[in-house]
Ligand binder design. Structure first.
Ligand code: SF4
Length: 285
């Protein structure tokens, strides 16, 4: 019997990632290819980063900013950066392309505004993720960063809660529950990006109805990791692949139709998704 493939409705590049990749590619086609750098990997997807590298775009770390020459171009990725990093880039004289996702910029502005108004900023997210590190910079690195509120200590009277854009809603809700009654004034903004929520909802839905589930995306991608967590909870046969070469040789379905679901993170390009679908549809000997 054939294999039935069900693709989650919202899969692949989100608005912010597409914008960052387009801005970088546009810069290359302007003839500055050999002098274009990204501050860290442009997106958490090895396929895209390798492709950009082949076209002459190199990634650098923050410690290398001062080594760039005036006239070079430096792209700030969709995760954004802290204001002191922005200052260093501006002072270095390089041409800066700021591809910070507008949704992330909006969180940064909230962090600064409410920090200045005397609120302690609480960020629900991963303390090691560049987006969270950047947001924390906008409140003078004073934020309390938590996974789900369970580790929050010594909360002051005024608290403002923000989320990493790719956070799971359940962690935001748990954090609000943990704070309830402990601070007199709590401002809470659910800053989880709708692109993230849509991808999580459709992956959740598909993974409930299939025999196997394939999540396509970078191993270092936060949003892909969350999709994998959600799908694994619904379907024990869930795997994460970066591209089609990592697909296992599953046995040919027997008498009954095998349903295989596919979901892809917000940093997974369409050509990688199509490649995976092509491999899954391939008849095997
Ligand atoms: S997931 Fe949302 S916040 Fe993050 S880059 Fe994409 S559109 Fe922007």
């Amino acid at each position: 019997m054939p294999r039935q493939i069900i693709v989650a409705e919202n899969s692949g590049f989100c608005f912010g990632v597409k914008r960052a990749v387009d801005m970088t590619v546009r810069c290359q086609s302007g003839g500055k290819m050999s002098h274009t750098y990204t501050l860290g990997p442009l997106i958490h997807n090895g396929n895209v980063v390798r492709s950009l590298r082949e076209q002459g775009v190199r990634e650098i770390g923050e410690e290398e900013i001062d080594r760039l020459r005036p006239g070079d171009t430096l792209v700030i990725r969709s995760h954004g950066v802290a204001p002191d990093v922005l200052d260093r880039i501006q002072k270095s004289g390089v041409h800066c392309i700021d591809a910070t996702c507008p949704y992330v910029s909006s969180i940064q502005k909230k962090a600064r505004k409410y920090h200045e108004e005397g609120y302690r900023i609480v960020i629900v997210g991963d303390r090691n993720h560049p987006e969270v590190i950047g947001i924390n910079g906008w409140c003078g690195n004073t934020a309390q960063i938590t996974r789900d509120g369970s580790d929050l200590k010594d909360l002051p009277d005024k608290v403002c809660v923000l989320c990493q854009t790719t956070e799971k809603p359940s962690n935001y809700e748990k954090t609000l529950e943990a704070i309830a009654g402990r601070s007199k004034e709590v401002l809470a903004f659910n800053t989880i990006c709708s692109a993230t929520k849509k991808r999580q909802d459709s992956a959740d839905q598909v993974s409930r109805s299939v025999d196997r589930m394939v999540v396509v995306g970078g191993r270092h991608s936060s949003n892909t990791g969350k999709l994998f967590e959600i799908c694994s909870a619904n379907c024990r046969e869930t795997i994460l692949v970066e591209n089609s070469t990592e697909l296992p040789d599953w046995p040919i379905p027997g008498e009954t139709t095998e349903k295989v679901g596919v979901a892809a993170g917000a940093s997974t390009p369409e050509w990688v998704i199509q490649d995976v679908l092509g491999r899954l549809r391939e008849p095997k000997a």
